[in-house]
Design a binder for this molecule. Structure first.
Ligand code: G3H
Ligand code: 13P
Ligand code: ZN
Length: 332
């Protein structure tokens, strides 16, 4: 058993309490490799922001959970080396799919886990989440539960359509499970194709697709039921058109990719939404930079020469999210 506390990591409890009170959201960025992690840490230090490092099942399969854990430990030292005296870094399991996965992460030094029972019948979700909470809280590890199903793919969990969280269920769920935060469904979804063209309208000036608004009425009803309780939004990438255009210009083929407009995320950040998950935007920034460099310098074969610009591009993206969208800058 390795306690995250000995690794210099923190859990989400105090971080979320401050964010809800202060009307901002903590960035939860997924990472799978060194360049992403470096970019996240550099951005968090430069903007003086707390940050959540997220590890998905896909990341664990790709990069190995032990390596990722040591990388997160290294992130604390790296942040200090960059000049941050007291970094606030959470190592979080994204979309934990079973008690065993959550336990394994808790035992190896994660400071926060998500147990995603959103696809289960309600009572089974309650029982599974409660079991994870009971284990996690013995070690002061915080737990995110989920109610409501996002459209698209939640890791390996597939849902054909979005089922918004039912505000009438949230008090019962939080009380019975003891979870520390709750992921909800109000119209976001994972990936770079969050809406079909049929769900969108076309901007007459730019010809670009404009997605339908998030269900802020559902969010307000949830907040009314759970005043001040930390709420989480998954699937919150905005799919920047510039990156999509760059990818397509240099040989990619991303057709009709649409994300959540940043002004809606800005609005959500000011509410009880205190954790916003972003993965796809980082993938787009990285891919755009790699494609551009390789297209412009066809003779280049040193990975540092194309991963370096990709890292810088991701850093700029993370800083932009922190400062201009979530508002978590200058909080350390
Ligand atoms: O919620 C999903 C995240 O974007 C992680 O995706 O399983 O492909 O790493 P992944
Ligand atoms: P995006 O695909 O919108 O980046 O969402 C990421 C996410 O929710 C990770 O859990
Ligand atoms: Zn997610």
């Amino acid at each position: 058993m390795i306690s995250y506390k000995t690794l210099g990591l923190v859990n989400t409890r105090e971080m979320f309490a401050k964010a809800v009170k202060g009307g901002y959201a903590i960035p939860a960025f997924n990472f799978n490799n060194m360049e992403q992690l470096q970019a996240i840490v550099m951005a968090a230090v430069e903007t003086k922001s707390p940050v959540i490092l997220q590890v998905s099942k896909g990341a664990r399969d790709y990069a190995n959970q032990t390596l990722l854990r040591y990388m997160a430990e290294g992130a604390v030292g790296y942040a200090k080396e960059l000049g941050c005296e007291k970094p606030e870094i959470v190592l979080h399991l994204d979309h934990g799919d079973s008690f065993e996965t959550c336990k394994s992460c808790i035992d190896m030094g994660f400071s926060s886990v998500m147990i995603d029972g959103s696809h289960l019948p309600y009572e089974e979700n309650v029982a599974l989440t409660k079991k994870v909470v009971e284990y996690a809280h013995q070690f002061d590890v915080t737990v995110e539960g989920e109610l409501g199903v996002l459209a698209g793919v939640e890791d390996e969990v597939s849902a054909a359509e979005s089922h918004y969280t039912k505000p009438e269920e949230v008090v019962d769920f939080v009380t019975k499970t003891g979870c520390d935060s709750l992921a909800i469904s109000i119209g976001t979804s994972h990936g770079a194709y969050k809406f079909t063209p049929e769900q969108c309208t076309v901007d007459p000036e730019t010809g670009r697709l404009l997605p339908p608004p998030l269900a802020f009425d559902v969010l307000a009803a949830i907040e009314e039921q759970l005043p001040g309780f930390p709420i989480v939004l998954h699937g919150s990438s905005s799919v920047p058109q510039d990156d999509v255009d760059t990818i397509n210009k240099y040989g990619g083929k991303l057709v009709a990719a649409v994300g959540i407009p940043e002004e809606q995320l800005r609005k959500a950040s000011k509410s009880a939404v205190c954790k916003i998950n972003i993965d796809s935007d980082s993938r787009l920034a990285m891919t755009a930079a790699v494609r551009k460099t390789l297209a412009e310098k066809p003779g280049e074969f040193d990975p540092r020469k194309y991963l370096g610009p990709a890292r810088e591009s991701m850093k700029q993206l993370y800083m932009h999210k922190i400062v201009n969208v979530l508002g978590s800058n200058d909080k350390l």
